[in-house]
Design a protein around this ligand. Structure first.
Ligand code: FAD
Ligand code: PHB
Length: 393
């Protein structure tokens, strides 16, 4: 089967789907190829915090209906340590900016609905995806669907296939410089059918390890505890998770954590990863395919959205005006933000997690940092400014 499109997009996560949507609004044709089923990508539980800039882009491009109705605006977060909570007033410290709580899988559902309503080509459950000719003007994606071999010829390819995808691997050896850092901890996350025991997110530092109380809706909570990166989930029956959460989140003033049925649980390692440049020939990498940040800063999804915003601008300039400056500058326009976010996510991670090898010195530094952030307006403003994220420029 021979097919043609303008932009071939690999991966129907937030990056691939949003890119396809932004291009469609400008009359640019794309085909999205996804290895998993529609049900799988719509149900995969991941991020929950959207920056103001992400929300603004979704709303400005017609994707805001349900987000405005069901999304929860948060104007502060809590840092909890020594049994006490300290509020970081995000909006007061950033001239009114805020974050929104709206599950990544809700963003994905909204995007798939919008794309299919516009008769988009999204192929789910494709196999054996291979890229060729990425240094030519007609790159090709070969894939299998329903036991048939397909050949898709494109003007450009967008590799939006996440950290484990094939796009990055298709770039010849020696072109990319890879930066990689493994943090010595992971997160065990649960989604629970219980009203959150807090109105705002709580980031807790405790001698037994970090804990985070987040949420999705007024009825659904999302919570995490620091564990080993290779922790065996079978060692954690639900009761043990709740007990550990309530120890790490405990306060001196009698705050209590309400337990409830666990709907989903999993362990994620924390890593920092960046490839430079994020492009080669006619292949452009976006989102987790090009970079990973530890989840402590709540930034991965937001960074993916920023990348495809810049990539869409570059493709639009090429198709509308025939200029390729923005395509050439794509990587540089993204990497400044990528490293800013890498630094912020590292700062949050280093401040809040217990280090297995700590002889006490690191713990004292962390405590001093937490005290500083909670007592100095300048330090709190710096955290807030990074947490809500700068506008897309
Ligand atoms: P993905 O969502 O990974 O999408 C890539 C897609 O490509 C997938 O659907 C995959 O199936 C598909 N694919 C892979 N290989 C192939 C192939 N060979 N062929 C075709 N398709 C392929 N970020 C935040 O901003 N805020 C948060 O609060 C937050 N919390 C998180 C909590 C957890 C526990 C985790 C794990 C992540 C969190 N993140 C958060 C990060 C965020 O989820 C990711 O950064 C985001 O999913 C990146 O989107 P993406 O589209 O680049 O990649
Ligand atoms: C989430 O709600 O899943 C979440 C919130 C904050 C983070 C990471 C994840 O830093």
């Amino acid at each position: 089967m021979k097919e043609k499109t303008q932009v071939g997009i690999i991966g129907a996560g937030p990056a691939g789907l949003l890119l396809s949507h932004l291009l469609h609004l400008e009359g640019i044709d794309s085909v999205v190829l996804e290895a998993r089923s529609r049900k799988y990508v719509e149900e995969r539980v991941r991020a929950g915090v959207l920056e103001q800039g992400t929300v603004d882009l979704l709303c400005d491009t017609g994707l805001g209906d349900r987000l405005r109705r069901e999304g929860l605006v948060h104007r502060g977060i809590e840092l909890r340590f020594d049994g006490r909570g300290h509020r970081i007033a995000l909006s007061d410290l950033t001239g009114g900016r805020a974050i929104w709580i709206y599950g990544q899988q809700e963003v994905v559902k909204d995007l798939i609905n919008a794309r299919l309503a516009a008769d988009a080509m999204i192929h789910f459950e494709v196999g054996d995806v291979r890229l060729s000719g990425i240094d030519s003007t007609k790159p090709v994606i070969k894939y299998r669907l329903d036991d048939r071999e397909h050949v898709l010829t494109c003007d450009f390819i967008a590799g939006c296939d996440g950290y484990h995808g094939v796009s990055r691997e298709s770039i010849p050896a020696g072109v990319l410089r890879t930066y990689h850092h493994e943090y010595p901890f992971g997160w065990l996350g649960i989604l629970a059918a219980v009203a959150p025991s807090t109105e705002e997110l709580i980031y807790a530092s405790h001698e037994r390890g970090f804990a985070l109380h987040s949420l999705r809706t007024p009825e659904i909570s999302r919570l995490y505890i620091q564990v080993k990166p290779d922790e065996d989930i079978n060692e954690w029956p639900d009761e043990r998770i709740w007990e550990e959460l309530s120890i790490r989140l405990a306060t001196n003033d009698g705050w209590t954590l309400t337990y409830g049925p666990v709907l989903e649980k999993g362990v994620t390692a924390m890593r920092g990863f960046v490839v430079e440049p994020m492009q080669y020939g006619r292949l452009f990498l976006a989102g987790d395919a090009a970079h990973i940040v530890p989840a402590t800063g709540a930034k991965g999804l937001n960074l993916a959205v920023h990348d495809v915003h810049k990539l869409a601008e570059a493709f639009i300039a090429w198709y509308r005006k025939g200029t390729n400056d923005l395509l050439e500058q794509y990587s540089n326009r993204c990497l400044g933000r990528v490293w800013r976010v890498q630094d912020f996510s590292s700062f949050m991670s280093l401040m809040l997690h217990r280090y297995p090898e700590d002889d006490g010195f690191r713990g004292r530094l962390q405590h001093a940092q937490l005290e500083y952030v909670c007592s100095s307006e300048a330090a709190a403003r710096s955290l807030a400014e990074n947490y809500v994220g700068p506008p897309h420029v």
